[in-house]
Ligand binder design. Structure first.
Ligand code: F6R
Length: 604
C-alpha cells in the first residue's frame, strides 16, 4: 500500500527516486510524485495520476537536486486525482505518507486546518498539522504531531528551511533505511535501494530519523540517540529485476524450483525435518492439541492446503481463519493451541492484528513469512522464513508454493513429535518433498501448450475450478489467480458441491478447470466432471492419467507427472498460474499490476 522513498547524498536524486519508485510500484500505481530541494532552497513538486513512467515523462531532465522524496499511491482517502497524489505540501512542509490517519477529521476540527486543505486525503491533514506545529525545530514538531495521530503511518518529510535533510517517522507501516557511500536512503522496502546497498536497518516505530548526506541520526521520541541495528540480505539487485522475462510474474513462476530448494534444504538433517537453525524448538509442537491458521488471500489458501493435509494425515483439528474475520469471531484458542500466521510480506495488517490477538491466548505462535525482519516476523514467538526471494508481481506465485512446502515440513515435524508418524515414513515423505522442484521443472517445460489453451478462455465471462480434497483447496488459489489478473470471474468449488446450486451457472462453453489427482476420490470427481460436461462446459482436466480420450469427460487433458497424491498440488498450481498469466496477457493486461490491487495490504 503506497511505496515511499527518500534520498539525500552525493548523487542526483531524481533518477534514484524514479528508479526506486519503479521497483516499489507493486505497492500501488494510482498516481506517483516526487518533491525535492532546488538549489534556490525552494521545494519543487512533480506529481501525476498514473504510473511511474507517466511521472518520469513530466520530470525535469535538468534536475540536479541531491535531496528528495518520492511516492507511488494506492488510493484510500479520496479518488485517483492529481490533487490527491503525494507529495502534499502545506506551508514549509512537503511530505509523503503510507498508512491511514484514522482521526484526521478530528484533527482538522481541533487544529482548525480546513482552510489549508485542497485534497481529500488524510495525508494533507498531516502535512498541515506538521506545518502548524513547526517553529523551526523539525524534531519538536514531529514529536508533538505523532502523539496526536491515531492510525498507521510512515512519513518522509522535507522542511523548506532545512535543505538537504529528510525527516522520517513511522508507526506500523514499514520503512527501512541505510547510509552508504552514496548517501542516505529510506524506503518502504529494500528493493527500492538494493542497487546501492545490501545493508539496511528496519526503522523502529516512534523514532525520528534525520537523513543527511553525511549520515542518519536515529532518536527516540525523548530525543535520546539510538544506534540502528543493521542487517544484510543475501540477494542482490538482479533478484529484483526481470532478468529477460517480459513480466515479474512469469519470472517468479519460473523461480519456484529454486525457491523451493532454498526453503526446504536448510530444514532437513538426516532426511528428517529440523528447525534448529530457525530456533524453533520441539517443545513448540509438544502437547499441541489443535492448530489455527490465519492469513489473507493467497497465503490463506496456502493455509487451507496446510489444514487439509495436517488434519487428514495427523488427525489433529485444524481450522483456517481469514485474518480480517479472526478478531471478530471469538476464536477458540487455549494455551496448547498452536496459531500459525502466514504472510509473504510480513506486513499485512489484518494478519498482524490476528497474531497480536492470538498471543494473548497462547505462546505457541509461529509465523511463516518471506520478508526478513518484517513486523509479523518480529512479533511472532517463532518464525519460519520462506526463502522465495523478493516477490514483486502483485499476484503471488512462488510465495504460495514455498508456504505449502513450509506446512509440509511443519506437519512432518509435528507428526514426529506427537508420535503420529514414524521416522521411516517421515524420511520417505521428506524424500518426496525434495523432488518437488524437479517435478515443477517438468511442468514449466509445458508452458507454451498452456498459453495455447488459454486462447479459448479469454472470451469467457466466468470460469470454474473444481476438485476434491487437496485439489479443491488448490482450486481456490487457481480461481483467485485467474480473476485477479485477467478479470474473468472465477470461482472454486468442491466438485461434489456444484450440484447444490452452482451447476445452474454452467452453460455452453463455460470453462471448467477440473483437477483429479487424489486416488481416494478420483472416480467421484470424474462423475462430477461428467455432470458439468453434459451441460455444455468446456472442460480442461488436470490428472495423472496417461491419456483421456473420452469426450464425455473433457475437451483438453493436461497430464501431470506421476507424483504421490500429496505432492501433485505443486505441479497443478504451476499450471493454474500459467493459465492466469497467459489469460491476462491474452486480454492485453499487465499481469504484474492488476487494477485496484496492491501487493502489501497495510490497511484494515
Ligand atoms: C494474491 C495475493 C494476495 C496476498 C494477500 C496476503 O495473489 O498476493 O492475496 O496473498 O494480500 O499478503 P501477504 O502474504 O503479504 O500477507
Amino acid at each position: 500500500m503506497c511505496g515511499i522513498i527518500g534520498f539525500t547524498g552525493k548523487k542526483e536524486a531524481q533518477d534514484i527516486l524514479l528508479d526506486g519508485l519503479a521497483s516499489l510500484e507493486y505497492r500501488g500505481y494510482d498516481s506517483a510524485g516526487i518533491s525535492y530541494f532546488k538549489d534556490t532552497g525552494k521545494i519543487s513538486i512533480r506529481k501525476t495520476v498514473g504510473k511511474v513512467a507517466d511521472l518520469r515523462a513530466i520530470c525535469d531532465d535538468e534536475n540536479n537536486s541531491t535531496c528528495g522524496i518520492g511516492h507511488t499511491r494506492w488510493a484510500t482517502h479520496g479518488g485517483v486525482t492529481n490533487a490527491n497524489a503525494h507529495p502534499h505540501k502545506s506551508g514549509k512542509v512537503s511530505l509523503i505518507h503510507n498508512g491511514i490517519i484514522e482521526n484526521y477529521h478530528e484533527l482538522v476540527e481541533t487544529y482548525d486546518l480546513k482552510d489549508q486543505l485542497i485534497s481529500e486525503t488524510d495525508t494533507e491533514v498531516a502535512a498541515a498539522l506538521f506545518n502548524k506545529l513547526y517553529d523551526g525545530n523539525p524534531e519538536a514538531a514531529i514529536q508533538k504531531a505523532v502523539k496526536l495521530f491515531r492510525g498507521s503511518f510512515a512519513f518522509c518529510i522535507l522542511f523548506k528551511d532545512q535543505p538537504g535533510t529528510i525527516y522520517a517517522v513511522r508507526n506500523v507501516s514499514p520503512m527501512v533505511a541505510t547510509y552508504c557511500e552514496d548517501g542516505s536512503f529510506i524506503a518502504s522496502d529494500l528493493t527500492a535501494f538494493i542497487a546501492y546497498s545490501k545493508r539496511y536497518f528496519i526503522v523502529p516505530e516512534y523514532h525520528i530519523l534525520t537523513l543527511t548526506e553525511k549520515g542518519i541520526v536515529l532518536k527516540d521520541l525523548e530525543g535520546k540517540e539510538v544506534t540502528p541495528e543493521y542487517l544484510e540480505v543475501s540477494w542482490d539487485v538482479t533478484a529484483a529485476q526481470k532478468e529477460g522475462y517480459p513480466h515479474y510474474m512469469l519470472k517468479e513462476i519460473h523461480e519456484q524450483p529454486a525457491a523451493l530448494t532454498r526453503t526446504i534444504a536448510p530444514r532437513i538433517k538426516d532426511q528428517l525435518p529440523d528447525f534448529s537453525e530457525d530456533n524453533i524448538p520441539d517443545s513448540l509442537f509438544e502437547h499441541c492439541t489443535d492448530i489455527t491458521i490465519v492469513a489473507c488471500g493467497t497465503a490463506m489458501y496456502a493455509g487451507t492446503v496446510g489444514r487439509t493435509f495436517i488434519q487428514s494425515t495427523l488427525h489433529l483439528p485444524v481450522t483456517v481463519s481469514i485474518a480480517s474475520e479472526f478478531r471478530y469471531e471469538e476464536p477458540v484458542i487455549t494455551e496448547n493451541s498452536m496459531v500459525i500466521v502466514v504472510s509473504q510480506s510480513g506486513e499485512t495488517i489484518d494478519t498482524l492484528e490476528a497474531l497480536r490477538l492470538a498471543k494473548k491466548y497462547t505462546k505457541k505462535t509461529l509465523a511463516i513469512v518471506n520478508v526478513k525482519g518484517s513486523t509479523i516476523a518480529r512479533e511472532s514467538n517463532y518464525v519460519l522464513y520462506t526463502h522465495a526471494g523478493p516477490e514483486i508481481a502483485v499476484a503471488s506465485t512462488k510465495a504460495y508454493t514455498v508456504q505449502i512446502a513450509s506446512f509440509y515440513l511443519l506437519a512432518c515435524k509435528l507428526g514426529l513429535v506427537l508420535g503420529r508418524i514414524d521416522e521411516k515414513s517421515a524420511r520417505e515423505f521428506i524424500g518426496m518433498l525434495q523432488k518437488t522442484p524437479d517435478s515443477i521443472e517438468t511442468i514449466l517445460k509445458q508452458a507454451e501448450s498452456v498459453e495455447h489453451l488459454t486462447k479459448r478462455m479469454i472470451h469467457a465471462q466466468d470460469a470454474f475450478f473444481i476438485g476434491r480434497g487437496l485439489d479443491y483447496t488448490l482450486s481456490m488459489e487457481g480461481a483467485l489467480k485467474l480473476k485477479e489478473i485477467s478479470y474473468i470471474h472465477a470461482e472454486a468449488y468442491a466438485a461434489g458441491e456444484l450440484k447444490h446450486g452452482t451447476i445452474a451457472l454452467i452453460s455452453e462453453g463455460v470453462p471448467v478447470i477440473a483437477v483429479a489427482t487424489q486416488k481416494h476420490v478420483y472416480s467421484k470427481v470424474i462423475s462430477n466432471i461428467r455432470e458439468v460436461k453434459a451441460r455444455g462446459a468446456y472442460v480442461i482436466l488436470l490428472s495423472k492419467d496417461e491419456k483421456i480420450t473420452d469426450k464425455s469427460i473433457c475437451n483438453v487433458h493436461i497430464r501431470l507427472p506421476e507424483t504421490p497424491d500429496a505432492f501433485t498440488i505443486f505441479d497443478s498450481v504451476v499450471i493454474f498460474q500459467l493459465i492466469a498469466y497467459y489469460a491476462s496477457i491474452g486480454k492485453g493486461f499487465n499481469p504484474d499490476q492488476p487494477r485496484n490491487l496492491a501487493k502489501s495490504v497495510t490497511v484494515e
